[in-house]
Design a protein around this ligand. Structure first.
Ligand code: SF4
Length: 436
């Protein structure tokens, strides 16, 4: 079978799509880049935001038209949204042949064959991490994600992830280390460890290793140049983890630390477990321990009950020039979450207005931070050709600034010393000085 996979959502979904593709390739499928060439169409969708759900069903609507011309075409929905909707998905779109949750990803080859026999199939399975990436089938890349834990026990009021991905469980250290060794041997230079609330890594493993221990052990792998992790929850940061980040040379000076709101009232309603002041103190501690550290964040505007005063508190956090990057979203209600049942849902117009104001402020402060770097020198790991201008290259500093520069393709995978020549809102331009 020729398979086409479309992914919506977070890094965890990208990682799942890689595992999905690998399982299908191991089963004899080939992967194609155009839906029109495929016999099996798969959409791997996130459930965190309503937008991803709408995009997935609109895509399936287009595929349903193709299926009218080619009734043998198999359409599958996989990932968090499939898990969340379960059999309701078939009602939303009768063109769907099977639904498989994130815990059944590696069973998709078998499920797709069953679905090809004409009856809708669903599988939500028991998650197994498996052996991870296999260089024989997986795509080699300069940077790679490696899943270290699944699920989340936090139950933030707005989030459907614990419902879709289930309770937290961690992958044993030795499996993670084996996968990273294979990645590094095939040319990967930078690894990002993934977990929904990665600070809680290891709590449910027999010997209870923590994230700090995992970082120390991963850093011992020869040839690994850079190490990052996602997503750290502000309430679960330990001193031991901060020390590990400061001590381990491979751990980059950059952290993604979702704030979500600057208002304590809203943070409490969101069940985030910290105040805006706790967050600022943690940011200060991290910056004191790790010179040059950059912080990126997430914001949700228009959470139920958010007043203009609450939103002003968010704007004040954004004004502090703390964030070099931020992902901002309008709150969207997700079925079966606590927030979906809250009164005072904020109107679409108000949410859009607040999002635009917050975005303007974050753009201003991000540009300030980037402008201050013009004229400085930094090491850039070259990752790929720049997608817009194929003649240029794109890489990142250890502090997670994207840098575009001129250079030969042979530099991909190398660290290059670069002088920063210009700042844009969300990226930098640079001039190569020398190979490091
Ligand atoms: S920490 Fe909160 S926002 Fe993050 S995955 Fe868990 S429940 Fe969702």
């Amino acid at each position: 079978m020729k398979v086409y996979i479309k992914t919506y959502g977070c890094q965890m979904n990208e990682y799942d799509s890689e595992r999905l593709a690998q399982s299908l390739l191991e089963d004899g499928c080939t992967r194609v880049q155009e839906a029109e060439e495929a016999d099996l169409l798969l959409v791997n969708t996130c459930t965190v935001r309503k937008l991803a759900e709408e995009k997935a069903f609109s895509l399936i609507g287009r595929w349903a038209k193709m299926k009218k011309q080619r009734p043998d075409l198999i359409i599958g929905m996989v990932g968090c949204l499939a898990q969340h909707l379960q059999k309701q998905g078939f009602k939303r779109s009768p063109a769907i042949d099977f639904m498989a949750g994130p815990r059944a990803i590696t069973q998709v080859p078998k499920i797709a064959k069953q679905a090809g026999c004409g009856k809708p199939v669903s599988e939500f399975g028991v998650f197994e991490f498996g052996q991870g990436w296999n260089p024989k089938y997986g795509e080699r890349s300069v940077t790679a994600y490696v899943d270290v834990m699944e699920g989340c026990d936090q139950f933030c009021a707005y989030c459907a992830v614990p419902l879709a991905r289930g309770r937290e469980f961690s992958r044993p250290c030795q499996d993670i280390l084996a996968e990273i060794r294979r990645r590094v041997a095939s040319g990967t230079r930078e690894i990002t460890l993934l977990g929904q609330n990665i600070n809680r890594y290891g709590y449910n493993l027999p010997d209870k290793p923590d994230l700090a221990e995992l970082l120390y052990r991963v850093a011992e792998i020869p040839g690994l140049l850079r190490l990052r992790f996602l997503t750290g929850h502000p309430k679960d940061f330990t001193q031991r983890l901060i020390r590990a980040m400061a001590e381990i040379p491979q751990v980059c000076e950059s952290i993604h630390l979702p704030l979500q709101s600057g208002s304590d009232t809203i943070l409490r309603a969101m069940k985030r477990g910290y105040t805006a002041n706790d967050y600022s103190e943690l940011a200060q501690q991290l910056r004191a321990a790790i010179p040059g550290l950059t912080i990126s964040t997430d914001f949700i505007v228009g959470f139920p009950g958010e007043t203009e005063e609450n939103f002003q508190a968010t704007l004040e956090m954004a004004e502090k020039n703390l964030f070099h990057n931020a992902y901002c979203f309008k709150y969207s209600s997700r079925e079966d979450t606590v927030a979906a049942r809250l009164p005072d849902q904020v109107s679409r117009e108000v949410k859009e207005n607040r999002l635009a104001r917050l975005f303007r402020e974050l753009e201003r402060s991000a540009l300030n931070i980037r402008t201050s770097l013009v004229g400085s020198r930094d090491k850039v790991l070259i990752e790929k050709p720049d997608i817009r201008t194929k003649q240029r290259l794109q890489g990142r500093t250890r502090t997670n600034h994207i840098v575009n520069l001129e250079g030969p393709r042979e530099w991909i995978g190398k660290e290059i010393e670069v002088e920063i020549t210009a700042a844009k809102n969300w990226s930098l331009s640079g001039k190569a000085m020398q190979e490091v």
